[in-house]
Design a binder for this molecule. Structure first.
Ligand SMILES: [Zn+2]
Length: 509
């Protein structure tokens, strides 16, 4: 393995200098612009840019994102001819018999507002089953091949739309749709290809690691893909993996804990869903929604159930991360995690999102050392937050600065594909917040810490840049010190280095 020299860069926000990496480690940090290095060393000219411990996204769903990237994008279609045209392209790329999926059609945007019908698409793909989701994700159009393959012909109920003659139109809704997508066959090869399409983009965005949430539907294939790509040495980023409770036994039996222990892929723990989302009013609140006074959302588990799941995983030595968005759910998660965390929280148990986080819950979390993974881009996307929560409560929504000041170790992420996986955009959102609750804006070093030191700490990686640590580094094209926060979104990524390998570089010598 050849060494890598990054020269002419500001190092970790301190002084200008150069960094030499060898054998996957940071070998020498120098205050000189450059260093004498062995011949054959790969050189990255930073030209006054800045180098940091590698950016990490501490909450993302790369397999889901990969699937979406290969699904046909039907947004903006205004008639069935438009849907047919894009579907044709997707079918051409598919192998015979392979499922073709798409998303984004909207009958409201079509002339006459009529629902599409399987007859509109059947002739295009007699040998490929097709499932096209409506823009909302609660309805889909299937072709006849899909209906036959899934054996849906005899199904009754409102979820399966029928025409006047009583035959299925191809439109399925709600629970039927979940069933369809659960039954679309998956393969480790397909999951591997999905992951690799995402990691190329992630490396360009400066990510050196992803905290990868494995899905309840596809954990067998996804863990299989991670293990085989790792064994073949074909991964370029590091993955810290979290499995759903239903996958825990499978992961143990498949010995994934032993198979996924390397520098590139590590099975870190278990992810539990505590509640839903504010957008859908399913996040569990202590007080009802301001725009739905009879609704307080819903918890996914009773207090005892959640505590039981947490204890089981903790006893096996796993880090537990709990999705909790409403204050009631965050409180419940803090209680369950606090019980096993003591005051030091040695397993780094964490709450994902922790969106509505009033002071009393923050104090409880700080007392137990419970960590948080936040998604700064949610702040700029949740345009309905004030309506859902009202003036008073909205001040406790995404209180990033208060969390850090209370001593909570908060790390950043995207929840990709919900938001863009760009850590630069995440930091920009954490510093600017689109103008909402400006007292919670982070300064530059706090915003950086979300994706560097705190992200590493929250995933059990090296949190400080010094000689001897793993050489996973991100180099950006400018020194952000003193830059106006609004300009930060324009910052580019010069190079991404993972375990001493340059996995992305812009103009390396
Ligand atoms: Zn998520």
């Amino acid at each position: 393995m050849t060494g890598v020299l990054i020269r002419g860069c500001k190092v970790a926000g301190r002084t200008f200098g150069s960094v030499y990496c060898e054998g996957g480690k940071v070998a020498k940090i120098s205050q000189a612009e450059t260093q004498v290095v062995p011949s054959g060393t790969e050189v990255v000219d930073a030209n006054g840019g800045a180098l940091f411990i590698g950016f990490a996204d501490t909450h993302c769903h790369p397999f889901e994102y990969g699937w979406l990237k290969r699904s046909i994008d039907l947004r903006g279609t205004t008639n069935s001819a438009g849907i047919r045209l894009r579907l044709q392209g997707g079918i051409r790329r598919a192998r015979p018999g392979e499922w073709v999926t798409g998303r984004g059609w909207d009958q409201e945007a079509m002339a006459g507002g009529a629902m599409p019908n399987r007859a509109d698409i059947d002739d295009l793909s007699p040998s490929n089953p097709v499932a096209l989701s409506r823009v909302c994700g609660h309805m889909a159009l299937l072709n006849s091949r899909a209906i036959v393959e899934l054996g849906l012909e005899g199904r009754t109920g409102d979820e399966y739309e029928r025409d006047q003659t009583g035959s299925l139109t191809g439109i399925v809704k709600e629970r039927a749709l979940t069933e369809v997508f659960d039954r679309i066959p998956r393969s480790s090869e397909r999951s591997a290809a999905d992951l690799q399409s995402v990691e190329a983009e992630a490396a360009r965005l400066g990510l050196t690691a992803m905290h990868c949430i494995v899905s309840p539907e596809g954990f067998r294939e996804e863990l299989g893909a991670l293990a085989s790509l790792d064994a073949a040495g074909s991964l370029s980023l590091r993955y810290r993996v979290y499995v759903p409770p239903e996958a825990l036994d499978f992961a143990e039996e498949g010995r994934f804990r032993e198979r996924l222990t390397g520098g590139m892929v590590r099975l870190n723990g278990m992810k539990i869903y505590g509640d839903g989302s504010l957008g859908a009013r399913t996040a569990a609140l202590r007080q009802p929604y301001s725009d739905a006074p009879s609704n307080s959302g819903m918890l996914r588990h009773s207090d005892e159930e959640l505590a039981g799941l947490v204890e089981k995983a903790d006893a096996k030595g796993y880090q537990v991360i709990v999705h909790a968005i409403g204050d009631r759910a965050v409180e419940q998660a803090a209680e369950a995690l606090g019980r096993v965390a003591g005051s030091r929280n040695p397993r780094r148990h964490r709450i994902e999102h922790a969106s509505l986080l009033p002071r009393d819950i923050r104090s409880k979390m700080a007392r137990h050392g419970i960590r948080v993974a936040v998604q700064p881009l949610f702040v700029t996307s949740d345009t309905w937050a004030l309506a859902r929560l009202g003036e008073e409560r909205v001040r406790d929504l995404y209180p990033f600065r208060s969390m850090l000041e209370d001593g909570i170790v908060a790390s950043g992420g995207s929840d990709c594909p919900v938001e863009s996986p760009s850590p630069i955009l995440g930091m920009w959102a954490a510093m600017t917040r689109g103008g909402s609750t400006p007292e919670e804006c982070l300064n530059l070093s706090q915003a950086l810490s979300l994706y560097t030191s705190n992200a590493a700490a929250n995933g059990s990686d090296d949190p400080v840049l010094e000689e001897g640590v793993g050489a996973s580094l991100t180099v950006i094209d400018s020194d952000p010190e003193g830059m106006h926060p609004a300009l930060f979104r324009k910052v580019g990524v010069l190079a991404t280095i993972v375990n001493g390998n340059v996995v992305h570089s812009f103009g390396s010598a």
